[in-house]
Design a protein around this ligand. Sequence first.
Ligand SMILES: *[C@@H]1O[C@H](CO)[C@@H](O)[C@H](O)[C@H]1NC(C)=O
Ligand SMILES: *[C@@H]1O[C@H](CO)[C@@H](O)[C@H](O)[C@H]1NC(C)=O
Ligand SMILES: *[C@@H]1O[C@H](CO)[C@@H](O)[C@H](O)[C@H]1NC(C)=O
Length: 520
Amino acid sequence: MPGRSIYVIGALLVAGLSIFLSRSPTAPDSAQPKTFPGRNNTVLFLSDTHAGLANVHVATSHAILVEYPDLELHYASFPKLEKTISETSAFAAQQNTATKAIQFHPLVGRSYAQSLDDVGFYIANAIQPSGLEGIASLCNNMQDFLMPWTATDYLAIYKDVLRLLDEIDPIIVVVDPIFGPALDAIRTQGRNHAILSPNNLKDNFVSMQPWASMFWKYPAISSGYPYPVPWRLIPANFYLTIRFIYSVLHTPRLAEKKAFLKANGIAKPLDVFTIYQKDYLWLSQGLPEAEFPMVTLPSNLVTCGPIFRSTAPAEQQDPELAAWLSRAPTVLINLGSKVDYDENGAGELVKVIKTLLANSTVQVLWKFNKRGPFSQDVFSEVSDEIKEGRLRLEKWLNIDPAAMLETGHIAVSVHHGGANCFFEAVGVGIPQIVLPLWVDLYDYATRVEYLGIGVLGSPVSAPNWTSSELTTAFTRVLDGGQEALRIKETARRLGEVARKAGGRFRAAEEISKLARMGSG
Ligand SMILES: *[C@@H]1O[C@H](CO)[C@@H](O)[C@H](O)[C@H]1NC(C)=O
Ligand SMILES: *[C@@H]1O[C@H](CO)[C@@H](O)[C@H](O)[C@H]1NC(C)=O
Ligand SMILES: *[C@@H]1O[C@H](CO)[C@@H](O)[C@H](O)[C@H]1NC(C)=O
């Protein structure tokens, strides 16, 4: 579905909000160990298909295949993910001949991504300014982010997951918290489960921080404010947080859907108050060192560090592109899997690239797709650079993002601030320039500056960008001066810390423990 796109805001909103609203972290511990149904050594993953949501699940299931080949592994998602899952099994079999393939189970209904498409979301109308300017459109969209599915679709998926749970009878289920119908089914059956989401720690656990500091210290979601929030912005930060919470509590458009689901046997459909529960493991690719300072984190949280997919090395995925990468330090411009460019945005980047190539020895790889028709003339300024092969425009990159960064030839990753883009660059230890477009992307831009591992590329013009702002950003990261060296070194050191945390292997280890507990 070219051009029809979605975004993944819902993922962070739903998961984060459950904790905004739930006070369960302070509830007393239950004294008795719980027992759960399920076959020993059997694991089921349940995720959406969109890469932004599924990648942490695919990466972790891959690590389980390689490290714990005796476990029986199942993966249920919408049919589109089947190819990815079989490729993952095939790659794992090369690394450990003892592994058995993941058994894939296609679900009925429409994915989260498709459902958002169905209610009319396009990438172009997802783009919004930060702070007070953007809050109205964010709140207006909340209901759809929370539950994009139609009621009948939600129910059909819920029932399909119930059926699969009976059939597979897993001792542990790993689930994305945005996947409401799946989470409802797991909880209806009282299955043991682990939450695995791509979000960062603040998104999920800010409400647990002492002194209600979510209101005045941590930048409100989509605010774009720095950490700690400066005095003059505290009132606005307070207002944004309240308004955001209200938009989640007040969802008249969902009332009818929820009533239908209740009438059909789901006791508490999509109960955002209870997504977080202290009895169930919460796996995060967040890492305290890669986040604003967090004072309180729950004891059932495991911070695994960046969880990204391991695939064949770049040279195997696309030998020609890999050889090109090795010619010079490369600036990678890739604003996520779905973002395209209007003429103005493309033109501004062309000007920046022109200056950059004229003044340095780097080369540029730009994943570029047009939004609507416009003339190729916007590239006339850099036609020589394209001919010389110092600027490459690609509609699609044949090398997976992490494998690309792992070549060691990427000098800086320019991205839109998506969680996975952020964590891949953190994990590999390279600087980043963020051009945020909506909601949580503003947070990642703020983080990158706060951590000293990169630069916000569009401080004034976001969600647009200008060549002058972006030229400044490139200079700060690439000119070889003091700041550039400091950013490079800080990113490299954070990469070391992140790799020690274990990422997908740590998540796999935790899941394997739960898989082996048996029913006693
Ligand atoms: C961003 O650019 C588009 C045109 O490309 C323009 O319509 C829009 O008003 C700009 N937004 C801001 C916040 O400047
Ligand atoms: C080189 O960079 C400077 C500013 O950083 C700019 O003024 C100049 O135009 C650039 N050179 C070219 C050929 O673009
Ligand atoms: C589950 O399997 C593990 C080995 O994989 C074994 O140690 C454990 O005793 C089993 N539990 C039950 C209840 O059978």
